[in-house]
Design a protein around this ligand. Structure first.
Ligand code: IMP
Ligand code: MG
Length: 189
């Protein structure tokens, strides 16, 4: 039998941390975890742009609940691989969240600053429940104590791109999640 053809990773990647197939499998099982938690309740999803765009699109299609979707935006890394300063909300919620079951979806939990800011903002709006789902968790990098309720993959302290995650707005469209070559972390600045 001919060997299964594995697509070559992007030339700017030093290594692939999570493959396309692993992501698809895990997103399906996260959908099952959500279903187990929420049953048939309606979910108000708050997705943090732009990083969570692709993950959110795939995850939401793995649940058959009634879903309301809102997207918010915070200040980003800019063209750097290091988080600096305190994140600020740039574009806020448009849906009401009071008495709703709210699920925040983000690409990655890193220092914890972004999600703790957003979670405390939403908590102040008195939702019926508030949970957080992230695709990736860099536990070793936390500066603010914060745990997500649903985590796709724990990853080491490496700057990663793909499947929504960017460097200077590039690489979001890669199917896998990979570590960017050091030489490319200086490009596009
Ligand atoms: P925080 O440091 O937990 O506040 O994360 C802030 C945001 O930085 C995340 O939502 C991501 O969009 C971005 N981020 C953190 N780590 C990475 C990475 O390794 N690659 C790309 N973006 C990242
Ligand atoms: Mg983000």
């Amino acid at each position: 039998m001919p060997a299964k053809k594995v697509p070559a990773p992007h030339p700017d990647l030093e290594s692939v941390l999570v493959t396309d197939a692993q992501i698809r499998r895990r997103v399906r099982s996260l959908g099952r975890e959500l279903k187990k938690t929420y049953g048939n309740e309606e979910i108000t999803v708050v997705s943090i742009m732009n990083g969570a765009l692709i993950f959110t699109a795939d995850l939401l299609r793995e649940v058959d609940n009634v879903v309301r979707l809102d997207c918010i935006r915070t200040t980003s890394y800019g063209s750097s691989t290091e988080s600096h300063g305190t994140p600020k909300l740039v574009h806020g919620l448009t849906l009401d969240v009071a008495d709703r079951h709210v699920l925040i979806v983000d690409d990655i939990l890193d220092t914890g600053k972004t999600l703790s800011l957003i979670a405390s903002m939403i908590r102040g709006m008195r939702p019926a429940s508030l949970r957080v789902c992230v695709l990736l968790d860099k536990k070793g990098r936390r500066q603010v104590p914060f745990e997500a309720d649903f985590v796709g993959f724990g990853i080491p302290d490496k700057f990663v791109v793909g499947y929504g995650l960017d460097f200077a707005e590039r690489y979001r469209n890669l199917h896998c999640i990979g570590v960017l070559k050091a030489s490319k972390q200086k490009a596009h600045l």
